[in-house]
Design a protein around this ligand. Structure first.
Ligand code: RUB
Length: 309
């Protein structure tokens, strides 16, 4: 897919979910590098940076996107010719996609260990990593059922229930506001993440924080399934993760909104779940408590507090 097409598809959410967004961006960057006609390495790097900026500007919250793009762009730190730079970008992009796919498989294997026969799970939105754990437990022959939320306003829950249904997993489809009503029947909440801050706070689809709060109150464990590139390095500098606010039309048809001049529709796409409502984060490197988020940022992403002083 062309760079502009990929950027448009990410923005319109045809390509969605933090992991898929990251892989699509990296593939678009590789494709752009393959066809980029540049007279010298400096021009090549400049044009690549322009492409990288277009991709990272599409959706602001999923940190997997800038992390993935940065990991490919790091291949351009030193190079002698346009061809060498191109090869380095292509190799780094292929490596990222391969790593990402394996990470999801590894998370599925680790996360599935936490699911037992007879469990009732709840999942919110449509996370490849969280669903991976649920599908793997099912493949292993474990018997359980799932509650899946609708996910207003974009309805990602429909994608989730199709996947669960196709796998033959007993599923209850509920509106988002029914979570607290059912939470006492639930043993384990499984969600994904768009970003994880250094303090272990998890940014995920709007509604996740309410679910985690209800789960905490009911003493139901919350497990977050997230690749290490979902951790947000710049939060160690005190930067906050930007929460995307999407078009009001997604919530209320424009014609109706126009009849209500005193009403403003707010449509944040994500929210922040405090670390104290998260019991475990399952990464491809292993399962960690949220308090160990800094070690992931340091050891897996290479950001050290000491070097930032
Ligand atoms: C998707 C969402 C998902 C995370 C993790 O939001 O919040 O839970 O991105 O998904 P949107 P994954 O639909 O707005 O992109 O595990 O697939 O990376």
């Amino acid at each position: 897919m062309l760079l502009s097409e990929t950027a448009a598809s990410i923005k319109s959410m045809e390509i969605r979910g933090a992991g898929r967004i990251a892989r699509a961006a990296v593939e678009a960057l590789a494709d752009y590098a393959k066809n980029l006609d540049a007279s010298d390495p400096e021009t090549f790097k400049r044009e690549m940076q322009r492409a990288a900026d277009i991709l990272t500007g599409t959706r602001p919250t999923a940190v997997s996107l800038p992390n993935a793009v940065r990991s490919v762009m790091r291949a351009l730190d030193s190079f002698e010719s346009v061809e060498a730079a191109r090869d380095a970008v292509l190799a780094r992009a292929a490596e990222f996609v391969d790593h990402s796919e394996h990470a999801v498989e590894r998370i599925a294997a680790i996360g599935a260990r936490h699911i037992s026969d007879g469990d009732v799970l709840l999942t919110h939105c449509n996370s490849e990593a969280a669903l991976g754990c649920i599908l793997e437990a099912h493949r292993q022959g474990k018997e359980f059922e799932v509650y899946a939320t609708e996910v207003r306003p974009r309805g990602q829950g429909l994608v989730t229930i199709r996947t669960l249904n196709d796998a033959g997993i007993r599923t209850n489809y509920i509106v988002d506001s029914a979570v607290r009503y059912f939470i006492n029947d639930v043993d384990l909440v499984f969600v994904g993440a768009d970003a994880i801050a250094v303090n272990g706070a998890v940014v995920n689809k709007i509604g996740t924080a309410q679910i985690a709060h209800a789960a905490h109150e009911a003493r139901t464990n919350v497990i977050v399934a997230a690749e290490t590139y979902k951790f947000a390095p710049r939060t160690i500098l005190g930067e906050l993760i930007e929460i995307e606010e999407r078009d009001p039309d997604e919530v209320l048809p424009r014609a109706v909104a126009e009849e209500l001049p005193f009403v403003q529709v707010r449509n944040p796409a994500f929210d922040v779940t405090p670390a104290e409502y998260v019991d475990l984060i399952v990464t491809e490197q292993g399962a960690i408590p949220p308090g160990l988020a800094y070690t992931v940022i340091r050891d897996c992403l290479g950001w050290k507090i000491e070097e930032l002083r």
